[in-house]
Design a protein around this ligand. Structure first.
Ligand SMILES: C[S@@+](CC[C@H](N)C(=O)[O-])C[C@H]1O[C@@H](n2cnc3c(N)ncnc32)[C@H](O)[C@@H]1O
Length: 217
């Protein structure tokens, strides 16, 4: 869970990438459309948790710009520094979301854009369940991931060595449903980041709502 310097592997990778990540993914029309989906449904001044908030763009910037109260959490100090600078209307915390305490029913929405991939499958499942508990009934969770059936796969992402775990699309959908969410819409796309070392990747966006008060697990 930590490298020899005491950092988590995700912190090491994203400290090295910093703003390069934002440039490579800035052209994602599907990410922007996903944010529009959420913005169309949030009440004024909603409280939103952005898990793995990166540089703060586009997610926290769009939400804070629309008047919502955003808490961005990221394990990379470099990303948190960039986000705090770029999105002064948001609040950003440097923490590992796997261990950060979350109050029950304290958020109107939770965003998880591509933040799970350096966690084990068990950690991803446990985290989604905790995030659902942090949602108020009727709240929304938006999850975007790279839907590949891989576990502890050693690869290279934008020139950085990474160990990746993920779920095939149907298993990612089963995960959010099993955590008590209703999937209102899903979108699958192929996206090529604007970076010389990047390859086309499949992306899955799930737009979910927590209905009622009953939650599984
Ligand atoms: C692929 S980037 C996506 C950034 C942003 N969500 C976006 O879509 O532009 C993943 C981000 O999640 C962060 N991250 C990964 N694991 C994390 C963890 N356990 N706790 C908090 N942040 C994490 C990384 O540091 C990185 O900034």
């Amino acid at each position: 869970m930590v490298d020899e310097s005491g950092r988590s592997p995700a912190a090491a990778v994203f400290d090295a990438l910093g703003g390069e990540y934002e440039k490579a993914f800035a052209d994602s029309a599907v990410h922007r459309a996903s944010l529009e989906w959420l913005l169309d449904r949030l009440g004024p001044g909603s409280r939103v948790l952005d898990v793995g908030s990166g540089t703060g763009r586009p997610t926290a910037a769009a939400l804070a710009g629309a008047g919502h109260r955003v808490l961005g959490v990221d394990v990379s100090p470099v990303m948190v520094e960039i986000a705090s600078r770029q999105v002064p209307g948001g609040e950003f915390r440097c923490a590992d979301i796997r261990t950060m305490p979350l109050e029950d029913e304290s958020f109107d929405a939770v965003c998880v854009y591509f933040a799970l991939l350096q966690m084990s499958r068990a950690e991803q499942s446990a985290l989604v369940r905790r995030l659902v508990r942090a949602l108020r009934p009727g709240g929304f969770l938006v999850l975007a991931t790279v839907p590949l059936d891989v576990e502890d796969f050693d690869g290279v992402f934008m020139g950085q060595a990474v160990r990746v775990s993920s779920f095939a699309a149907q298993d990612a959908i089963a995960l959010v449903r099993g955590a008590g969410l209703t999937v209102l819409s899903e979108q699958s796309v192929m996206f090529t980041p604007a970076h010389p070392d990047a390859r086309p990747e499949p992306q899955l966006f799930l737009h979910c709502r927590l209905d009622g008060t009953e939650q599984a697990g």
